[in-house]
Design a binder for this molecule. Structure first.
Ligand code: SF4
Ligand code: FE2
Length: 640
């Protein structure tokens, strides 16, 4: 087994993992040590799409080189990869649809939500071609929600959100290649059909199907979710908050919200305040809400709710012994939290009918009963307070301040303090002059198999040192925040040019400096960097793929990161992954994705001008990304 230091560079995680091991509590880190990787699965060469199989092809040429059905190695690897992308795109599309339904019910007065950002509603409605003049807010909201739901129903045409948010130059390219998705559910069903036994066997066609999944994820998932959540819950503005296990409070009733949807957790924020008197009556000093994963990011960005921890260490929040309830919605929820909770007094509460965990309690959530569900959950947590075992309480004192809330609106707002007429000008000037060498989005997760935060932090520090402006989302943002890359301390890692720009913009808005890396939100909020890139590319009248920008997920664990990455690849943005995308078994698939095919056949780089970079070493990864940034700078005639 790895030592706690080998598991994570976060001292709070190290302390709680030590406690877990002393108390005989097993976590994902221990299970990761116990599992030996399967060489076939890890390289994508194991097919179990039918009952003839599973068939495994040894990549060294030994043994049968085709499945029983005759599927080739390339077919099997490409098909498995497409399945991963579909598993990434589907939960994001469902996220978009859940929020669209909530908006519809809110607009029709059937669900207890209000429109907190009517200005954004108007902008989104405008972008979708919806008449806003002389119409009531709820009427417009209803029309926007129906437009969103069309993206799951229409049998012809193109996703409304793609037409709205897609950069025109990229959309033209996708159109030319016949990649434009019609509706998310249709595309996902077709993708499942494509990968089913006896259907698509053409590796190239399967990879093109993968690009469609990237677009489905990008528009029906990311963009739709962010736009509608901003309308319902407000567009984030800069906020200072706290990170890490030290945000737990032994004197209060602690509730962790975990998952991805803000629909329920926003209501829990409200009811935690309203039921404070009941918490006091139970002998506590109040209710303390903390976030985990992206539900945490959503509440952080809009409400300044502190974040306890990221994906790989989610079970350890419970090991603190002070958690009365962990409320989960969807995505990235380890079933293991229930086994850990059974060693303490923590109640795991699932909330969606399609996300249950054996042994956990379930409070069914629908937008129309949001208040009742949130109240019931907060009351259960209050009732659990008395069951806490003081002998098992140990909260690491580790916590860090961090800035978050950098929506595109907030970034442009800050820049407009420097140039009101043309807010993007200071940023573009800095990129052109080389003060800022390029822009990188660090996205994705933490992974129990990886040393937590090391990849995310090392990639960030290395890029900052070379004057790359870094934005971050998801659990990788947690890594950066916990290690002082979202407060003033981290400025020391920035190269001179970048630091000067961060200071200048910061000063203009009354701060000492902008933080070294900008927290743009949850995983679905990867729409925000995409929107920023669209605005920059349109201003320069170039294709997004021509910009000196990269995406990187050094520590991912989730197929969602692959489908988000594919969305950026379809724009011609280079995407780095630090964890194997499980395609190594096929040289053809690997080289098509990494742009290394030297023959005249298609590869991603030739097709879009961006490629997949798979590199486990964070320093080499940063170097490869810098090389690509420089390549694109040269092509634009910029200095390097
Ligand atoms: Fe084997 Fe073909 Fe069935 Fe896959 S689909 S398990 S390769 S027979
Ligand atoms: Fe996430």
């Amino acid at each position: 087994a790895r030592t706690v230091e080998e598991v994570s560079m976060d001292p709070a995680v190290q302390q709680l993992l030590t406690k877990a091991r002393q108390e005989g509590v097993e976590t994902a880190f221990d299970r990761a040590d116990a599992h030996t990787a399967c060489g076939f699965g890890a390289t994508g060469v194991c097919c179990n799409h039918c009952l003839e199989g599973p068939c495994r092809i040894a990549p060294n040429g030994k043994g049968p080189q085709r499945g029983i059905c005759g599927a080739s190695l390339d077919t099997i690897v490409a098909r498995n990869f497409l399945m991963k992308l579909t598993e990434g795109a589907a939960p994001h599309a469902e996220h978009g649809r859940e929020v669209a339904l909530a908006l519809l019910e809110a607009a029709e007065g059937k669900a207890p939500y209000e429109i907190r950002d009517p200005q954004k509603l108007l902008r989104v409605a405008d972008g979708l071609g919806i008449e806003t003049h002389g119409r009531e807010v709820n009427e417009i909201a209803r029309a926007v929600a129906l437009k969103a739901l069309e993206d799951f129903q229409q049998q012809t045409g193109v996703l409304n959100w793609l037409r709205y948010r897609g950069q025109k130059k990229s959309v033209a390219k996708w159109e030319e290649l016949g990649l434009l998705p019609v509706n998310a559910h249709l595309e996902i069903a077709q993708s499942v059909t494509r990968t089913a036994m006896g259907c698509d066997a053409d590796p190239l066609n399967l990879l093109l199907g993968g690009l469609r999944m990237g677009l489905v994820d990008g528009y029906s998932g990311l963009h739709m979710s962010t736009d509608l959540q901003d309308i319902l819950f407000g567009t984030p503005t800069a906020v200072k908050a706290e990170y890490n296990m030290g945000v737990l409070d032994a004197k209060k009733i602690n509730i962790a919200v975990h998952g991805h949807l803000p629909l329920l957790s926003e209501k829990i924020v409200t009811w935690a305040k309203q039921l404070r008197h009941e918490a006091l009556a139970a002998g506590s000093e109040g209710i303390n809400l903390v976030g985990v994963c992206c539900t945490g990011n959503e509440l952080l960005m809009r409400q300044g709710v502190p974040v306890a921890t990221s994906f790989s260490s989610q079970e350890l929040v419970i090991v603190s012994g002070v958690l009365e309830a962990m409320v989960v919605d969807v995505q990235c929820i380890m079933p293991g939290i229930q086994q850990v909770a059974e060693c303490y007094h923590t109640e795991i509460i699932t909330t969606l009918p399609y996300v249950k965990i054996p042994g956990a309690n379930h409070v069914d959530f629908h937008p129309d009963n949001a208040d009742e569900a949130a109240q019931a959950i907060v009351r259960r947590a209050i009732a659990n307070y008395g069951k806490r075992n003081p002998d098992k309480v140990a909260i690491p004192t580790v916590k860090t301040e961090a800035y978050a809330g950098f929506s595109v609106e907030q970034i442009v707002g800050a820049l407009s303090a420097l140039n009101e007429q043309n807010p993007l000008a200071p940023l573009l000037d800095a990129i052109v002059s080389g003060q800022i060498r390029g822009v990188a989005a660090i996205v994705g997760c933490t992974n129990p198999r990886e040393q937590q935060n090391v990849g995310n932090v090392a990639v960030a520090r290395e890029l900052l040192k070379h004057n790359v402006l870094v934005v971050a989302t998801g659990c990788s943002a947690h890594s950066l925040a916990k290690h002082d890359l979202m407060n003033e301390k981290g400025l020391e890692y920035c190269g001179e040019g970048l630091r000067a720009v961060l200071k200048a913009v910061g000063n203009a808005v009354g701060m000492e400096s902008l933080p070294p890396t900008l927290h743009m939100g949850s995983c679905v909020d990867n729409s925000r960097p995409a929107d920023l890139l669209t605005t920059i590319a349109d201003t320069l009248d170039v294709h997004i793929g021509q910009l000196p920008v990269v995406g990187t997920c050094p520590e991912t664990h989730s197929p969602k990161a692959l489908s988000i990455g594919t969305y950026f690849l379809a724009h011609g943005v280079d995407v780095h992954v630090g964890v194997s995308p499980q395609v190594k078994g096929s040289e053809w698939v690997t080289q098509t994705l990494t742009g290394d095919r030297t023959d005249e056949e298609l590869n991603l780089d030739k097709l879009f001008g961006g490629k997949l970079i798979y590199e486990t070493d964070p320093f080499l990864a940063a170097q490869k990304m810098l090389d690509r940034i420089d390549l694109k700078r040269r092509a634009l005639g910029l200095s390097v």
